[in-house]
Ligand binder design. Structure first.
Ligand code: FAD
Length: 412
């Protein structure tokens, strides 16, 4: 089997950024990325596709076009990790070997965990911005909606971009408000969590929009089944005495977000920690049992917000530390848990949540430019105009001066 100095599993946001960052730092080592996908998606754009602001095509490029020059692409799916042997197993039976492994295969959308949901999606008013092909359907439904009940649901944590379920709702309400039909629509937000957003500093601004749009907020209410034909959603909630209660709600529009879990081949591997995600040190992103293994992006079992913004900050940390281990040294760079969630509260304004481990606020901008706890036009401009090119031309190309001049706190 082939042996690579650094082998990266997953060519998504995290894997490609790491490959690019490694190439910028060292052109002599051999690097391969394993990914079966034909297409690389900019998933943060799907929220804007669902509101008719971006076209779907703006959020995709071929996988071939994002693989950095000098990096080999192995177009296959990994089915197993064999860290004792420094090997990964591919679906076609091949084995690939490495000196250092970087695991970044993302998180699994468990559509099937909600009976009826997978079959219902794409017709009868059932949609989700969590799928490329359905985000345009969200916009079509929202644009044509005049009266009735619209349900938006959010599953238990962890999910990628924890704000995305409510972003879809606020943008829909904004469209309905402009069309002067909002008063004829019952909007309900069924959130499996106990709070509107996990970091308290951003909650007041969001609560204002819940009130302004007249949204019926139901906390600890979890979607458990969908009947697309009859247009009925089943929701489960804990009652005060600790028992669970199920209610049925009829709907005319349902925006559902699926529960999310570690991919099976990860959860069943020696790399997994208790929750199925990869057990790495939360600062160095080095595996706690295998020194030559790193993980980043959504698959990492760290407590940061699972976002592309987190991957942007993690990639250079992993690149620096993986190169150190390759040279027989100790990891030197630390990740502070940064993640970001631009909450699109209306078309043209964003509440820009940026925070690290422990919910510590980590704003990238001075308050006079963007105060993250308030709706901001500058933050919308950032999301709509600046972040996409920063992603494609900065982050995926390893141009770190473009994406985070102040990134690695410790000089490395
Ligand atoms: P991904 O980018 O999902 O990439 C995983 C890659 O691994 C894929 O290419 C896949 O093909 C590959 N893979 C999977 N299985 C295997 C296997 N067995 N073998 C080999 N390769 C495999 N983030 C933000 O920062 N801001 C936002 O506003 C934002 N909004 C979002 C809105 C939505 C609707 C969604 C869905 C996500 C949003 N995110 C946002 C989250 C962001 O997209 C993810 O956190 C980010 O893509 C994580 O990067 P990743 O590389 O870990 O996973």
């Amino acid at each position: 089997p082939m042996t690579y100095d650094i082998l990266i599993v997953g060519g998504g946001s995290a894997g490609i950024s790491t490959a690019a960052s490694l190439r910028k730092r060292n052109r002599k080592i051999s690097i391969a990325v394993i990914d079966p996908a034909e297409t690389h998606y900019y998933q943060p754009g799907w929220t804007l596709v669902g509101a008719g602001v971006f076209s779907p095509e703006q959020t995709r490029h071929s996988e071939a076009s994002v693989i950095p020059k000098g990096v080999e692409w192995i177009k296959a799916a990994v089915t197993g990790f064999l860290p004792e042997q420094n090997q990964v197993q591919l679906a076609d039976g091949r084995i690939v070997k490495y000196h250092v492994l970087v695991a970044a295969p993302g998180i699994k959308l468990a559509w099937d965990a909600i009976p009826g949901l997978a079959e219902a999606l794409g017709s009868n008013g059932v949609t989700s911005n969590y799928r490329y092909d359905l985000a345009p359907y969200t916009y079509r439904l929202v644009r044509e909606f005049r009266r009735g009940r619209a349900l938006f649901t959010q599953p238990p944590m962890p999910i990628k971009c924890a704000g995305a379920p409510q972003k879809a709702m606020y943008l829909s309400c904004d469209i309905w408000s402009d069309a002067r039909v909002l008063q004829d629509i019952d909007v309900e937000f069924h959130n499996a969590g106990a709070v509107l957003f996990g970091v308290p500093a951003y909650v007041p601004a969001l609560k204002n929009y819940i009130e302004r749009y007249g949204i019926d907020l139901r906390l600890e209410s979890k979607l458990v089944a969908v009947d697309g034909q009859r247009k009925i959603a089943t929701l489960e909630r804990k009652t005060a005495d600790g028992s669970t209660e199920r209610i049925e709600r009829s709907f005319d529009l349902l925006h559902a977000v699926p529960p999310q879990v570690a991919p099976e081949f990860v959860a069943s591997s020696p790399l997994a920690g208790p929750g199925g995600f990869i057990e790495v040190d939360q600062a160095t992103l080095q595996h706690v049992r295998y020194q030559n293994v790193f993980a980043l992006g959504d698959v990492a079992g760290t407590s940061n917000a699972k976002t592309a913004a987190a991957a942007r900050k993690q990639a250079p940390v992993v690149a620096v530390n993986a190169l150190a281990v390759l040279e027989g040294k100790q990891p030197a760079a630390d990740y502070n848990g940064y993640g970001s969630c631009p909450l699109t509260v209306e078309r043209g304004k964003i509440v820009l949540a940026e925070f690290g481990y422990g919910g510590k606020l980590l704003p990238s901008f001075p308050t006079w430019l963007i105060d993250g706890t308030r709706p901001s036009r500058a933050a919308w401009f950032l999301k709509e105009r600046l972040l996409p090119p920063i992603y494609w031309r900065g982050m995926l190309k390893g141009r770190e001066w473009m994406v985070h001049p102040h990134l690695i706190e410790e000089p490395v």
